[in-house]
Design a protein. Structure first.
Length: 290
């Protein structure tokens, strides 16, 4: 079977965020009375991002958020009634390096975040075939100015960051392990979220935010070099790698299409049977064909 290879002209274009990300940055900078224009210039990013004339990728979004947190001296980005001191995130990341297994590390991650936020909002559970990182923010002390849409937007990005942390810690492709992502909102996932989560099933209207990993991940040893610190900057670079790995797989889309056609021609017509033959969910089947 011959598969067409698609060329990739520009990874930057393929990893562009939605307009919501730019609007979020503008609103946050305005509420904090910080010049977003100056931040873009300091980071060497095009100022046309503000007018959405130039695409913004996810990693640069996190970089801008980090610079905003420095400007307002609050790593919660005004989301919490309890501001987080600068350096809190890197302190939490450093505490993971002494652990031996990924299970111990993500349990430590949950414990650390609960400690700094003074509540039991994060937990890790072993559920049959999954190891699950859960964020239950129902009682979280959000700042009064944080509306539901703003909260949901940021919490979904927290899931991306946590996924990036876990990916940074193991010496294996994280895409082999992530199976499901839970959002509390009902919005459709974006293209780059599907890329980062390796087309895992994204369940909406859930009671909590969560990341579901195949239980086999508990056997993974930490691959981090203890002689160098694990930092938020490294996690950002790991998130970029996750996107890049998925972009390298774009040439497989045509191959996927060819396999579906072969199944249809062989008499396999029902969606669930086609998905089963391709070892994927019906949702993934539809996404790839779209």
């Amino acid at each position: 079977m011959k598969c067409t290879i698609l060329s990739i002209k520009n990874t930057f274009e393929l990893t562009a965020t939605s307009a919501d990300y730019v609007k979020n940055l503008i609103a946050l900078a305005r509420s904090a009375n910080v010049s977003l224009l100056h931040i873009l210039q300091d980071l060497g990013l095009p100022i046309e991002i503000i007018e959405e004339k130039v695409p913004l990728n996810l990693v640069d979004f996190f970089r801008i958020q980090e610079r905003l947190s420095i400007e307002i001296r609050d790593e919660s980005l005004l989301m919490s009634t309890r501001p987080l001191l600068l350096g809190t995130t890197d302190h939490v990341l450093a505490s993971l390096q002494s652990k031996e297994t990924i299970t111990d590390a993500i349990k430590q991650l949950a414990t650390s975040y609960n400690f700094i936020h003074s509540g039991k909002y994060n937990r890790v559970e072993l559920r049959n075939t999954h190891l699950v990182y859960i964020i239950d923010d129902v009682d979280f002390p959000y700042a009064p100015q944080s509306d539901a849409q703003h909260i949901a937007f940021n919490m979904e990005n927290v899931l991306i960051f946590v996924h990036g942390i876990i990916s940074s810690l193991i010496n294996a492709p994280i895409g082999h392990f992530i199976k499901k992502v839970q959002y509390k909102t009902d919005r459709t996932s974006t293209e780059f979220e599907q890329e980062i989560f390796n087309n895992a099933y994204i369940q909406t209207n859930s009671k909590t935010y969560a990341l579901f990993y195949d239980v086999s991940i508990i056997n993974e040893l930490l691959a981090w070099d203890n002689e160098k610190p694990l930092t938020s900057q490294y996690v950002y670079s790991e998130i970029q790698k996750l996107i890049s790995v998925q972009n390298q797989g774009i040439n497989k889309v045509s191959c996927f299409k060819s396999r579906v056609i072969e199944l249809l021609e062989s008499g396999v017509r029902q969606q669930n049977k086609v998905a089963g033959k391709l070892n994927c969910s019906i949702a993934t089947l539809r996404r790839n064909l779209n």
